[in-house]
Design a protein around this ligand. Structure first.
Ligand SMILES: Cc1ncc(COP(=O)(O)O)c(C=O)c1O
Length: 398
């Protein structure tokens, strides 16, 4: 396309998005996050949040934040390598390393930055990164980002979603290059399905590759102690690097990486998304530690969610006969197809009292727009029964 063919006018570009059913806008909540929220004066059941355990406004977290602000103030004042590392950052890192059973941990400002930091610093010239096609955008962005001056980008190979025989083939063909690095989500954010970590670990061992697993949607929920899917599958010790976030089941803000001491020290020295940004506010660290307390003390919360999600998936597939994209988790997508139909369904659900986002391209492939229902341990089953009834009625009447 010639440069002159690209509309220069932002309003025209927005109008074009609108025509395709792809324009997005910001929705303003008038209440705290939680399983039920207020929008435009109405109480809605919130099925749009990653606050899977209902911790975002939990009194234990609020108390911890207040105490941290009293003790440490609000701002971190600088980047972690300058003067931004406070005792509470070190405490949180020690706690995360012990939670994940690794030598060390590194806290970043967001999960997005944690992926950028880990992938950009561990993969460089001569290396090849292997990606599941449906990995989260932060992984894709990290792998494909163009380097700064003096940095030579790694090669990238993408395998079809969960196609591990294709991954095996790709690994075979790249035997002669530098380091091979496999990166996968554990629970996929828009499908809610699981990667087969056992199969990946086998390939990683056979090909002497490094394995990075993003446990953003699994931390706090899956595994006997809520450590993540790697714990649930019994292969946690074979994961070289785990990326996680403090912003989903932990209900707050921030990202983290757990790995060996040598890898974490390497990241401290080289990871630009860690180095060139202000440290996380101390109160966010306090909130994360309070969330970890609850995850340790109240296993019932995650067990309730896992059980509720299994029942809900059965109802949506069995009773309504809808396509949930292979979900086996608390993220239950309902695949709709065209973007405008997904938006219409989402609007109708909102009118009926349910906040369910329509997820459209580029977040999901064209023709695979969907409703993304994310469940919380604190949702009432009676309300979910009503959601299923309403969804079935709206679906049939469209
Ligand atoms: C799989 C995955 N990784 C990383 C992130 C980024 O986490 P954060 O929201 O903390 O930046 C997300 C966020 O949606 C995610 O789904």
């Amino acid at each position: 396309m010639k440069p002159s063919a690209i509309p220069q006018n932002w309003s025209d570009r927005l109008a074009d998005l609108e025509l395709q059913g792809l324009r997005r806008s910001l929705r303003i909540l008038e209440s705290a996050q939680g399983p039920y929220v207020t929008v435009s004066g109405r109480s809605l059941m919130n099925l749009s949040s990653n606050d899977y355990l209902g911790l975002a406004a939990h009194p234990h977290l609020i108390r911890a934040v207040k105490q941290a602000v009293e003790c440490w103030g609000w701002g971190a004042g600088g980047s972690r390598l300058v003067s931004g590392t406070m005792g509470i950052h070190a405490d949180l890192e020690a706690r995360l390393a012990s939670f994940k059973g690794t030598e060390a941990a590194l806290v970043c400002s967001t999960g997005y930055q944690a992926n950028l930091a880990a992938i950009r610093s561990l993969a460089g010239r001569g290396d090849v990164i292997f990606l599941d096609k449906l990995n989260h955008a932060s992984i894709i962005d990290a792998a494909f980002a163009r380097g700064h001056a003096g940095f030579e980008s790694p090669a990238v190979r993408v395998f079809p979603h969960r196609d591990y025989s294709r991954l095996a083939q790709l690994l075979e063909r790249t035997r002669s290059v530098g380091r091979r690095i496999i990166v996968t989500d554990s629970v996929f954010s828009m499908e809610g399905d699981f990667s087969d970590l056992s199969a990946i670990v086998e390939l990683k061992k056979r090909h002497d590759a490094l394995l990075i697993v993003d446990e953003a949607h699994a931390t706090g929920i899956w595994g006997e102690r809520g450590r993540g899917l790697a714990e649930a599958m019994g292969i946690a010790a074979d994961v070289d690097v785990t990326v996680g976030t403090l912003s989903k089941a932990l209900g707050g803000l921030g990202g983290f990486i757990t790995a060996s001491r040598a890898i974490i020290d390497w990241l401290v020295n080289t990871a630009r998304p860690f180095i060139y940004t202000t440290a996380l506010p101390p109160a966010a660290c306090a909130a994360a530690m309070a969330a970890l307390d609850i995850i340790d003390r109240e296993p019932d919360r995650r067990l309730r969610l896992v059980e509720l999600a299994a029942w809900f998936r059965d109802e949506v597939t069995g009773r309504l006969g809808l396509d949930i994209a292979g979900s086996c988790s608390q993220i239950v997508p309902v695949v709709v197809g065209p973007a405008d139909r997904a938006v219409e369904l989402s609007r109708n659900l909102e009118e009926a009292g349910f906040l369910v986002p329509a997820i459209r391209p580029p977040t999901v492939p064209r023709g695979k727009s969907r409703l993304r229902i994310s469940l919380c341990s604190e949702h009432r089953r009676t309300d979910l029964v009503r959601l299923i009834e309403v969804l079935g009625r709206i679906w049939r009447s469209e």
